[in-house]
Design a protein around this ligand. Structure first.
Ligand code: SF4
Ligand code: SF4
Length: 393
């Protein structure tokens, strides 16, 4: 019988290191934001708006507009050649934090790309989470460790901005002792067993509704929560993203400028001749064939395999063992719906609730014949979307 594996996510203290400025960044553009009005060759400054809501994290020159597949989605991107100019006055700085929002905080949040009036006006519960969403990722735990002294101020500020008496804070149980005192300040600190996939937002939110009786809770990752607090004070967004890079030699946490290409991260991490580079964790992430693919707001981890360790995708036949179903946290009939997907019977996939799949990857991991189950599920989801689009037209 196959041994049950628990994906324990209890990581050591791995300090977050800064890395060098890349020569180019590739900044994703929001297609719906409006027309791009900066020509190729235009000199751009850090914090300038490229298109509405997209702020340049570097000073440099616009080199090219192009398309890239980022996390499986074709995305418009601008390539910017960077200019080394040190740290600008007013850069994001967690030392600026105060627990008193000034009266312009609305404007400051908007200027930083946060349009959160509906949260302020609603009475939904808010859940801040320091539980990792990807396996082999220690971003949230490390941010918690490195910011624990300021968390009380941040929660006070956040409560004032969002007009809440209580905020919920989900933390991995091994770090509870670091933050339990927040409970005396209107923070409902709640322990979560740090086993994947407990930190995936859908799982955490369901558990909050069922076990804590929270009302349509809004989920925020700890990093995002801190960035919102900073933006409300400084009026500027954080231009960087913390990520975990893992290869055979171990794990490191780094703070990189958004838009930094994977090639620069590998070079800085002294990783040569990578066979497969996955963003988003080994179980649920995307393999990247283009190393210009950039770090975005949602990149938490980069996982590298060397050529000899890469397991090639296969599509062996299902032997009906039922392991995929047994490990699915949302109780889908995975074997059945993936076979429907394989034979392009996407409407049957919809009837079996494929949309409820949270893409945790556990079914693929446990499948003894190595079927590419998550890929078949993603295919079904995207085909259903296309079908629904055709019906609407
Ligand atoms: S990826 Fe597989 S195990 Fe995870 S929710 Fe989807 S069907 Fe279930
Ligand atoms: S785990 Fe793999 S072989 Fe077993 S039922 Fe699921 S898809 Fe079929």
């Amino acid at each position: 019988m196959m041994k049950e594996i628990k994906f324990r996510q209890e990581y050591d203290d791995i300090k977050i290191a800064e890395i060098s400025l890349p020569e180019h960044i590739f900044l994703p553009l929001n297609r719906n934001a409006g027309a791009v009005n900066l020509e190729v060759g235009h000199q751009i400054n850090k914090f300038d708006e490229v298109v509405p809501g997209v702020i340049s994290p570097v000073t440099g020159e616009i080199k090219e507009y192009l398309k890239m597949y980022i996390d499986g989605i074709e995305t418009d991107v601008v390539k910017i050649a960077t200019v080394e100019n040190g740290r600008d006055e007013g850069d994001h700085d967690r030392n600026n934090i105060t627990d008193e929002p000034d009266k312009n905080f609305h404007e400051k949040l908007k200027k930083s790309g946060y349009f959160l009036e509906n949260v302020i006006d609603s009475d939904c519960d808010i859940v801040v989470s320091a539980v990792e969403t990807d396996p082999l990722c220690s971003v949230s735990q490390q941010i918690l460790r490195e910011n624990r002294k300021d968390l009380n101020q941040n929660f006070d500020l956040f409560k004032k901005i969002f007009n809440r008496k209580k905020i919920n804070f989900a933390v991995p149980e091994h770090l509870f002792d670091m933050v339990w005192k927040l409970q005396s300040q209107g923070v409902n600190v709640w322990k979560v067993e740090p086993n994947y996939p407990n930190g995936i937002p859908e799982i955490l939110i369901n558990s909050a509704i069922e076990n804590k009786a929270l009302k349509s809770p809004l989920y925020l990752k700890l990093e995002e929560f801190l960035n919102i607090c900073d933006a409300a004070v400084t009026g500027r967004p954080n231009l960087k993203k913390v990520i975990t890079v893992t290869d055979i030699n171990g794990m490191r946490n780094i703070n990189v400028i958004k838009g930094t290409p994977l090639s620069h991260i590998l070079k800085d991490s002294d990783i040569r001749s990578a066979g497969k580079v996955v963003t988003g964790g080994p179980l649920r992430g995307y393999a990247n064939f283009d190393l210009n693919i950039p770090v975005t707001d949602i990149t938490d981890s980069v996982y590298v395999q060397y050529e000899k360790d890469v397991v090639r995708a296969v599509n062996n036949q299902c032997i009906n063992c039922g392991r995929c179903n047994g490990h699915c946290p949302v109780n889908l009939s995975v074997n059945l719906l993936t076979r429907y997907s394989e034979f392009s019977q996407f409407e049957n996939c919809r009837d079996l609730g494929v949309e409820n799949c949270i893409e945790c990857g556990l079914c693929s991991f446990y499948c003894p014949t190595g079927r590419s189950l998550v890929q078949l599920i993603r295919l079904a989801k995207s085909e259903i979307k296309n079908l629904e689009g055709e019906i609407e037209q």
